[in-house]
Design a protein around this ligand. Structure first.
Ligand code: NAD
Length: 319
């Protein structure tokens, strides 16, 4: 049985669907701080999923959740990069410290396989792009990136000290159905409030690699099945990047709007700690036989369409 921490979240709920589709029984532990149990509706109906509402940083909750589990997929974290500037400790704690606590609970329960959702932010402002997994030195510029990198180090320590096995996936920006945060979600919210103008953080030239949820889940499952080292690390992203202005155009298109004025807050990045240019080298995953089905642009288009249809299905109060 597999345990997914943060399994009611955006990526975690797709992962649970993916594991169930592969015939796995799954335990989800989620404190519902940013997750939504409704995302698990289909998976729970399969009767293959046990839901534990709890904190994966809490030893008692984890002891309960780890019953009959042989592998943990750790998705729980505070995914808000921007929050690192205003609440640095909780942003760091909900990454690195939480990862330590999950691994320590596993050690006590004699569970040895650990899959970790890391991030491209560990590379900071890399001078080599697309950036390969063996790029260094790794100098994150956000508290979030620091917490992810520290989490990776903790995985290495548990692997080296306690004979565990780890799979670390450094995602580009993940987008798809059930989005609850990020640039597409923000743009939809702003344009619903004012369909005539869109405030864009930075100069709009920030250019990054995206990844559809489908590619993210298939990539993780593929890398988990093929990575045979004690400690495995893989980039996961699409090849081509996309800039923020193009994302804005795609969102405007999927909302069926016209004549929207883009207004830029200025500067080369959206917020403190934002890495404006990011591209990941995915040759290591390709060599194992995985490649993304969607380009960054396709992934954005699909995600934006799904936000638009979810919002159409759930009109604002009073309308
Ligand atoms: N979304 C992205 O583009 C992206 C990119 C790189 C890495 N990641 C990583 O992927 C993972 C999932 O991100 P997401 O975008 O789905 O975020 P999310 O906020 O939708 O999911 C996180 C889930 O973890 C739960 N959670 C948080 N703290 C918890 C705790 N202490 N105990 C139990 N549950 C807890 C939340 O309720 C939520 O359901 C995170 O580790 C994130 O850092 C995401």
């Amino acid at each position: 049985m597999k345990l997914v921490t943060g399994g009611a979240g955006f990526i975690g709920s797709h992962l649970v669907d993916g594991l169930v589709a592969h015939g796995e029984d799954v335990v989800v532990v989620d404190d519902l701080s940013t997750g939504n149990k409704a995302f698990l509706k289909g998976a729970l109906a399969s009767k293959r999923v046990r839901f534990v509402k709890g904190d994966c940083g809490n030893a008692a909750d984890m002891k309960r959740a780890l019953r009959d589990v042989d592998e943990v997929w750790h998705m729980a974290a505070d995914p808000d990069v921007r929050a690192g500037a205003t609440k640095p400790w909780s942003n760091f704690r909900d990454g690195a410290v939480l990862t330590f606590r999950v691994l320590d609970a596993m050690r006590r329960a004699d569970v040895s396989r650990f899959v970790y959702a890391s991030s491209s932010t560990v590379y900071g402002e890399a001078t080599v792009r697309p950036t390969p997994e063996d790029y260094g030195p790794l100098v994150p510029i956000s508290m979030y990136g620091a917490s992810k990198l520290a989490g990776e180090a903790v995985v290495g320590a548990f692997v080296g000290t306690f004979g565990m096995q780890g799979w670390v996936f450094r995602f580009g920006n993940v987008v798809g159905p059930r989005l609850t945060h990020g640039v597409i979600f923000d743009f939809h919210g702003r344009l619903r409030t004012d369909p005539k103008r869109l405030a864009i953080l930075g100069n709009g030239k920030q250019d990054k690699a995206y990844l559809s949820t489908q590619d993210c889940i298939e990539g993780m499952m593929h890398g988990r099945a093929r990575g045979e080292q004690p400690y495995n690390v893989f980039n996961l992203a699409s090849d081509a990047t996309i800039n923020v202005v193009r994302i804005a155009e795609l969102v405007v298109e999927s909302m069926g709007l016209r004549g929207v004025r883009f207004e830029f807050t200025g500067g080369d990045r959206g917020w403190k700690g934002d890495v404006p240019i990011m591209a990941l080298d995915i040759e290591k995953m390709r060599a194992l036989g995985w490649s993304p089905r969607h380009t960054s642009e396709d992934a954005i288009r699909l995600a934006s369409d799904s936000v638009a249809s979810a919002r159409r299905a759930r009109p604002r109060p009073g309308r």
